[in-house]
Design a protein around this ligand. Structure first.
Ligand code: UDP
Length: 235
């Protein structure tokens, strides 16, 4: 059973990590790993609210939920997607990867194959294609149970929305820059930074151009949550 919180008009599931995995194993459709940038994009509101699972990826969303009185643990999208790959391997279910640069997806697939026993990747496609319909039809012909899409947000969310209408037995997860991490081209933050919820700060220090993406989005997001909490609608 889903138990959702509403933040700024976007519904977010409040599962623990293991509950989210169990739930995802038994559904088809769209999984969104949501962050404050997505909660600040009105074009995504309908897609988020009609997604089959929405998990709080970043510390920003965790803070937003805390401000409205919901204590929810964050579920890092990259860890969640990796665990879903492991579950599919265990259950002999084929998977597909779509997104990132050609050399990145090749290397990511190679690394995943050597790390996850019995992983069956039936389709690989880099993220620089023109025709969504062509890729969706190729994907459908391979019939994967799980498709990870690393096209960046919001591109991957629009792609998945379209694909899930056609592939009704598959589960799609938008995984942002995860293939770059699995390929080893981008490092994940050391564990201590992850534990403190400061992965975003580590990535910003390593890649200063991300600064513009976080500021002013993050502080404005917090202000919007506070406004929604303290100033009733219509005032
Ligand atoms: N990407 C893609 N196609 C595009 C644009 C981006 O495949 O048209 C890939 C890009 O190569 C990278 C990922 O999408 O692997 C996005 O990474 P980013 O760090 O921007 O994602 P975030 O998690 O921040 O949304």
């Amino acid at each position: 059973m889903r138990n959702r919180a509403s933040l700024l008009g976007y519904s977010i599931d409040t599962f623990s990590f293991d509950e989210a995995v169990n739930y995802a194993e038994n559904i088809s459709g769209q999984v969104i790993t949501i962050n404050p940038e997505m909660l600040s994009n009105p074009d995504l509101q309908d897609i988020v609210n009609s997604a089959e699972l929405v998990i709080p990826d970043g510390v920003g969303v965790q803070i937003g939920l805390k401000l409205i009185g919901k204590d929810v643990k964050r579920i890092p999208g990259i860890q969640f997607a990796y665990r879903m790959l492991q579950e599919c391997a265990k259950n002999n279910q084929p998977v597909a990867l779509v997104g990132a640069k050609p050399e990145v997806i090749e290397k990511a697939a190679q690394n995943l194959n050597s790390e996850i026993e019995n992983l069956n990747i039936v389709y690989l496609q880099d993220g620089y294609f023109e025709d969504d319909d062509e890729i969706i039809s190729e994907l459908k012909s391979r019939n994967p149970r799980l498709i990870l899409c690393a096209l960046g947000s919001p591109k991957q969310e629009f792609f998945i929305k379209k694909a899930k209408e056609i592939m009704t037995n598959s589960l799609f997860i938008g995984v942002g820059g995860s293939f770059d991490v699995w390929a080893g081209t981008v490092e994940r933050a050391p564990e201590i930074w992850q534990k403190c919820g400061l992965e975003w700060l580590y990535r910003t220090i390593k890649e200063p151009k991300r600064f513009r993406r976080i500021f002013p989005t993050l502080p404005l997001f917090v202000l919007r949550v506070l406004k929604e909490k303290f100033i009733p609608k219509g005032v």
